[in-house]
Design a binder for this molecule. Structure first.
Ligand SMILES: [Zn+2]
Length: 461
């Protein structure tokens, strides 16, 4: 018997956890943390709906925290197997898990000190030692190579674009009476975005688990370079600050790279870019070590001079130099994480700059429901940061051209080559209205048998 359980990213975008069971053998595809709204974050704390020690292996699609961030708890809970991922995903995941643990430890410490917690004691979801233990379980697997887990299950990765190292997973399962295939889309990237490979043609499959982050929505067609140049020209003319909340590894480098190209081409004058992230330096290392995963020549990525960080880019590692940026005057760009404004150094920049009408806040990625980022994206005049009200007087601009996620048009384009049509399609990883839009579109245009699984639902394949 083969079953599939959806323990995350069902009717929501975060917490991706798909449990595949083949005759009792359990494999988890993605092991993400719930983020955003409080009712979702609370789910990170409830007992797991499965026994971690019974899981034989974890297969990761990519290194975003909503796909990997629950690993330390899984390991802490008794998981002893291997965690498969592509080599760049492993490197990114190690950095991100450690960083996430550190932020949580600091946050818990801050809340306890300020008594800003409704619990007897604020606790981190996982500690740095949990993150370290999780990092030891990684096993690398490159694209297009089959990995046989045993006689029942094998799988391979296909490039999915999105971020460096991101993959879709094709699983073949055999329960003794029949063979079947399941394709997990992972997060599907966009076409023609700088520094990211394009998603490749997916293989024919019996079952499809597809994301729907932007189901029913189409990104406005934007020339990223043109729009960025226009915005930077304004920032330079007004001597103002452009504040960009961005995922520290990936999106940050896309932005510095794009600005660098504009400066080199003489389309804009040079402008200081402050990358306020201790991870940015390590990120360059990752890009340098895996040129085939993003297509930039290794020679252009030396430690000193490279196309990701030009002379105008200053990296801020220390907290003290980050705080100094509060007094920085324009024209300048500040890029800081976290991308959805849920934690990290971006928060003190928001507290400092949001009330200033002279600041432009640039939104470049997806903002999940319940995050500060989503509230600002949707035009809230005020947001709460660390329980303090902060007025939003800054100008808010959106540039979805750098979004890591395919829109519904691109998702349909990606699925185009599937002629046979899967027996059943599970639409996941989207807010309800978007998953519904995606399911409707697949049903109407392709005639596919779609289903939007509920959180914790198990289906028999
Ligand atoms: Zn992602």
């Amino acid at each position: 018997m083969i079953t599939l359980s959806f323990y995350g990213a069902a009717g929501t975008v975060t917490g991706s956890k798909n449990l595949l069971t083949v005759n009792g053998k359990k494999v988890l595809v993605d092991c993400g943390m719930f983020q955003g709204a409080k009712w979702l974050r609370k789910r990170n704390w409830v007992p797991m709906p499965f026994e971690p020690s019974e899981i034989e292996a974890v297969i990761l699609t990519h290194a975003h925290v909503d796909h990997i961030g629950y690993l330390p708890r899984l390991v802490n809970g008794g998981f002893k197997g291997k965690v498969y991922a592509t080599p760049p995903t492993i490197e990114l995941a190690r950095i991100l898990l450690m960083d996430s643990a550190r932020i949580q430890e600091e946050d818990a410490e801050y809340r306890n000190r300020k008594k800003a917690t409704s619990h007897p004691e604020a606790l981190p979801l996982f500690t740095t030692s949990d993150a370290r233990a999780a990092s030891e379980r990684f096993a690398p697997l490159t694209f297009n190579r089959w990995r046989q887990l045993d006689d029942k299950i094998k799988f391979r990765y296909h490039p999915a674009g999105h971020i460096v190292g991101a993959a879709s997973v094709e699983v073949r399962a055999d329960d003794g009476s029949r063979k079947t295939s399941i394709l997990f889309s992972g997060d599907v990237g966009r076409y023609s975005v700088p520094l990211v490979r394009e998603p490749v043609r997916p293989p024919e499959t019996d079952y499809l688990v597809v994301e729907s982050t932007y189901g029913g929505e189409v990104h406005e067609p934007q020339d990223i370079f043109y729009e960025l140049a226009r915005l930077l020209d304004e920032v330079i003319a007004n001597r103002s600050i452009l504040l960009i909340p961005a995922f520290a590894v990936g999106r940050t480098q896309q932005i510095t790279y794009a600005v660098n190209v504009l400066i080199r081409q003489g389309r804009i004058p040079s402008i200081p870019i402050h990358v306020d992230s201790p991870m940015a330096v390590r990120a360059t290392d990752i890009y340098r070590r895996f040129p085939s995963y993003h297509g930039i020549n290794r020679k252009e990525l030396t430690r000193k001079a490279n196309v990701l960080y030009g002379d105008n880019v200053k990296l801020h590692r220390k907290r003290k130099s980050s705080k100094k940026l509060n007094r920085l005057r324009g024209p300048a760009v500040i890029i800081s994480a976290s991308g959805m404004m849920t934690g990290g150094r971006i928060l003190h920049h928001l507290i400092n700059r949001l009330p200033d009408p002279g600041t432009t806040l640039l939104i470049v990625g997806f903002m999940a429901e319940g995050t500060i980022g989503r509230k600002i994206h949707d035009g809230a005049p005020m947001v709460y940061i660390h329980k303090m009200p902060v007025e939003v007087k800054a100008r808010v601009v959106k540039l979805m051209g750098l979004s890591g996620h395919a829109d519904s048009f691109e998702l349909m384009h990606w699925l185009e080559p599937l002629n046979k049509g899967p027996r059943r399609v599970f639409v996941t990883h989207g807010e309800m209205s978007r998953s519904e839009a995606m399911a409707r579109q697949l049903k109407e245009t392709r005639g596919w048998n779609t289903h939007i699984p509920a959180l914790d639902e198990t289906v028999e394949l």
